[in-house]
Design a protein around this ligand. Structure first.
Ligand SMILES: Cc1cc2nc3c(=O)[nH]c(=O)nc-3n(C[C@H](O)[C@H](O)[C@H](O)COP(=O)(O)OP(=O)(O)OC[C@H]3O[C@@H](n4cnc5c(N)ncnc54)[C@H](O)[C@@H]3O)c2cc1C
Length: 498
């Protein structure tokens, strides 16, 4: 008892000291503008947070704030003023009410693997780390669905499902939180067969900026389809923390395929690789993964992952099904690829070889960094109708060469979505400018080919102007109206998307 009291006193003393240090550090003006609105000081706000989540659920420490002010992008880090760790939806709601009362920005934080600066605290404010809400709830095996709290990552969910014969297939490579994935409308290598987060979220529990808790498809509901009212679920999927905090997601699950076969195949040209993709899809082969790597990317993967594939445009393929159906799928795909000049096939049936192959693909970003040690990668993505893919890839490669930029290309080619992994020296402002202009040209090329400026990474900080070009003024006005209705004080992740 005495020991616990002593610990508590120490904890509170430390907190008070940190609060004082924090007050002097953040400077009177910015603080006064945001927190002193009702003539109060920071201490009551922090005390109010502590009353909800306890002293250990609030941090003002610089290192913690730095960890929560940046993601995996090259956007510079903007620190939140405070980080909080709620453990339940009620706590999220209570904290949001305090922020709403004091007009403090709210920045939701999943695992920080985003690639467009989504967690940067542009106007300071409170970072809500949802890591401690990490329970898998309500698994319905017979209905193929499950609900998860926002701290559950995709790998943790699949580990939980290991003995059920079910899995969640959306796979952005990084071990992101499932609600972060919903917030960015993530997809990845399996989307050609299983869809993106948009197709796989059945319901969301959301805490709005004023602390109101809503369920986008009705509380506890999980039908496979619905024609009831506006599609609120998909309004929040891809909203990047600007409309509310996602505190629970109900997700579709799939049966683990009986058999899996992967393959790697090289092509004489980008056109030949993409033509094969189109032909395989047109033949109705239910292919699970179709990944394109250009010659620069496969070369980087060879070096980084100790592989020895030919340095040429390459497809990584994967087929899921029963043993019998796989035979048919594989033989059609092999025929189509050979007709398009594909060669150097290597097939992998055993789990270990497949895992090595896909690990190499998922490590593409790190393989790209290794091309220029000491540099960073700015991964930018666009998506076009699949028939326009060869044109945009060829033009983009010409652009890279002309501007002396290193940007290996890897793409979820079955969806017409691809990434340029721009390797840049962050200390070279001239190179940063050239890369910035390149990414804008790339996005505008995608728009000119009826595509989008981002297929899966989101708008975040970097693509707001491009979103306006993509949507046009009237659709933007509708988006702004929705934002103003749900978040009239503009507290949810301000400075992003719109
Ligand atoms: C090596 C690597 C490869 C990647 N490959 C892909 C890929 O193939 N496909 C792909 O789609 N992405 C890819 N990504 C990007 C990233 O993994 C996704 O954007 C992911 O969905 C981000 O999830 P997170 O939990 O890390 O979110 P964070 O980075 O923490 O946040 C991202 C955004 O979502 C908001 N947010 C987070 N959690 C919530 C919540 N609970 N409620 C409301 N808003 C929230 C944040 O405010 C922020 O705006 C890759 C990243 C890396 C590092």
């Amino acid at each position: 008892m005495a020991l616990s009291l002593l610990r508590q006193t120490r904890c509170l003393c430390t907190l008070s000291r940190t609060v004082l240090a924090f007050q002097s550090r953040i400077g009177k003006r910015s603080y006064a503008e945001r927190v002193d609105i009702r003539g109060g000081s920071l201490e009551p706000v922090v005390s109010a947070f502590c009353a909800v989540v306890g002293d250990d659920g609030v941090s003002l420490g610089a290192t913690v704030r730095e960890q929560h002010g940046k993601d995996e992008s090259v956007h510079s880090c903007r620190l939140p003023d405070v980080v909080v760790w709620p453990r339940s939806v009620e706590e999220v709601s209570a904290l949001a009410k305090i922020c709403h009362h004091h007009r403090l920005p709210i920045i939701p934080f999943g695992t920080g693997t985003g690639l467009e600066g989504g967690v940067n605290a542009m106007k300071g404010g409170v970072c809500f780390s949802l890591r401690k809400m990490d329970r898998v709830l309500d698994l319905h095996q017979e209905d193929f669905d499950v609900s998860v709290e926002p701290g559950v990552t995709r790998k943790a969910l699949n580990t939980y499902l290991r003995d059920t014969g079910l899995w969640f297939p959306v796979d952005p490579g990084a071990d992101a939180s499932l609600c972060g994935m919903a917030a960015t409308s993530a997809s990845g290598t399996n989307a050609v067969r299983y869809g993106t987060m948009r197709e796989n979220v059945l319901n969301l529990e959301v805490v709005l900026a004023d602390g109101t808790i809503i369920h986008t498809a009705g509380r506890g509901r999980r039908p496979r389809k619905t024609a009831a009212g506006y599609n609120l679920t998909n309004l929040f999927v891809g909203s990047e923390g600007t409309l509310g905090l996602l505190t629970k997601a109900t997700l579709r699950l799939y049966g683990v395929p009986e058999a899996v076969v992967s393959a790697v195949c090289s092509f004489p040209s980008v056109q030949a690789a993409v033509d094969s993709t189109v032909h395989i899809l047109q033949a109705g082969v239910p292919i699970a993964r179709m990944e394109f790597l250009d010659d620069v990317m496969i070369d980087a993967c060879n070096r980084y992952s100790a592989l020895s594939y030919p340095v040429a445009p390459t497809l990584f393929l994967e087929f899921h099904g029963s043993d019998r159906s796989l035979e048919e799928q594989v033989s059609i795909a092999e025929e189509m690829t050979r007709e398009n000049g594909g060669s150097d096939f290597s097939w992998a049936r055993d789990a270990e070889t497949r895992a090595r192959l896909w690990k190499a693909r998922h490590d593409a970003l790190y393989a790209a960094v290794a091309l220029r040690p000491g540099c960073k990668v700015y991964a930018t993505d666009v998506c076009v109708p699949i028939s326009n893919l060869p044109q945009i890839v060829v033009e983009t490669k010409e652009d890279l060469i002309k501007n002396h930029l290193t940007g290996p290309i890897a793409g979820h080619v079955g969806d017409g979505n691809f990434h340029c992994l721009m390797v840049i020296d962050p200390d070279d402002p001239d190179e940063l400018q050239r890369v910035h202009r390149f990414t804008e040209r790339l996005a505008r090329r995608a728009l000119a080919l009826d595509g989008t400026c981002t297929g899966e990474h989101g708008v975040g900080l970097g693509k707001r102007e491009l979103l306006r070009e993509e949507m046009g003024p009237l659709a933007m006005e509708v988006m702004q109206g929705l934002k103003a209705t749900l978040d009239p004080k503009n507290l949810m992740n301000p400075g992003k998307v719109l």
